[in-house]
Design a protein around this ligand. Structure first.
Ligand SMILES: [Fe+2]
Length: 351
């Protein structure tokens, strides 16, 4: 299985994973042979790429980190909470209990996968609506938190806060939220209210713990004190909020936004590493930079000597040095261990 960008999809390629829409409905089944019509539909939906099965990438096994049914339940749940918030409905106890059951399911999944090196792309769903963004941040934060050995209670709080971190945006003018341009100073000030609006809403309507509430309130604080709304710094920002901050920025930058094209995961990781200690907590960045794969198995990359290949294996702690199968010779090149390859670098991720 290998990740293939939309621009390189052709008829007769075989889909390696199921595709889902924003409500969790299956669009295309695994092993579907793609037609030109399917490809046009996938393009229309704004999906940047899909996994395909082919002979060449047989040994590139891609593990589904979060099972489709868990993703589906999570998406259903988050859309319900957002709708309830925007319609000013009272939250039923039943819905809150369902929400908590889903959180438990996700936390169990991330705990289960704690020792697997997760691929940054596999964690992410393809769509970049607020619901998907919330689900991505929740799962990504949960994975980082599990790797940092947070307690079960902290993980529950972290994943919950991940889902709800932007709920305050429901109370902000949609024209500002969706503006395909730079915001004016006045609009930016309004936008900066969303952590507090979310905090107030959750405090009033739900019975979430202080950990969840502070996570939502603090997810735009910077490690050096330059963030908002309260300009907290260092350890005075809760660990959960410091994890959410990294997961939120990572997902926002790798996603398609109205005002920019998605950035490559490797570029975003470098951006985050470059702002470690300023915007981001160095301990959180360290976990992301050693435990998550920048170059997911199955992706095509270009090397500094001009050759191209497909990632077949990642090595823990050496996230920039995976094993690659070269396209021209089928030869395996282990950038972490083959002496001959030590002078080579990956210069492009072809997605
Ligand atoms: Fe936010």
């Amino acid at each position: 299985m290998r990740y293939t960008p939309i621009s390189q999809l052709k008829g007769n390629m075989i889909l390696g994973q199921e595709l889902y829409d924003a409500t969790g409905r299956m669009l295309l089944a695994k092993h579907t042979t793609l037609t030109e019509e399917n490809i046009a539909y996938i393009t229309f939906l704004g999906i940047p790429g899909v996994y395909i099965d082919d002979k060449f990438s047989e040994e590139a096994k891609v593990e589904e980190i979060i099972r489709p049914e868990v993703k589906k339940a999570a998406l259903r749940m988050i859309s319900e909470v957002f709708i309830q918030a925007s319609q000013d409905d009272t939250i039923e106890q039943e819905a809150e209990a369902e929400f908590r059951r889903n959180i438990t399911m996700i936390v169990e999944t991330v705990l289960d996968k704690r020792d697997v090196m997760d691929s940054l792309i596999a964690v992410k769903t393809y769509d970049d609506s607020t619901f998907f963004h919330s689900a991505n941040v929740a799962v990504m934060a949960g994975i980082i938190g599990a790797k940092m050995r947070l307690s079960r209670i902290e993980l529950d709080d972290l994943v919950t806060a991940g889902f709800l971190h932007d709920i305050g945006k429901v109370f902000i003018d949609p024209d500002i939220i969706n503006a395909p341009r730079k915001l004016t100073d006045e609009e930016r000030v309004q936008m900066m209210d969303h952590p507090m609006l979310g905090y107030d809403f959750l405090l009033e309507e739900y019975s979430f713990s202080k950990g969840v509430l502070e996570g939502v309130y603090q997810h735009h604080e910077w490690y050096n004190g330059d963030g908002y709304p309260r300009r907290l710094r260092g350890d005075s920002i809760t660990l959960l909020a410091r994890i959410l901050k990294v997961a939120d920025v990572y997902d926002a930058m790798t996603g398609k936004r109205s005002y920019h094209d998605p950035y490559l995961p490797s570029d975003v990781l470098e951006y985050i590493m470059g702002r470690s200690g300023m915007e981001f907590d160095p301990d959180v960045v360290q976990v992301m930079a050693t435990e998550m794969c920048v170059y997911p198995v199955g992706c095509e990359v270009g090397l500094s000597d001009g050759r191209r290949g497909i990632i077949v294996e990642n090595h823990r702690g050496f996230i920039m040095r995976p094993t690659i199968k070269l396209l021209d010779t089928d030869e395996l090149l282990d950038l972490a261990n083959d002496r001959d390859a030590w002078n080579l670098t990956i210069t492009r991720l072809l997605i």
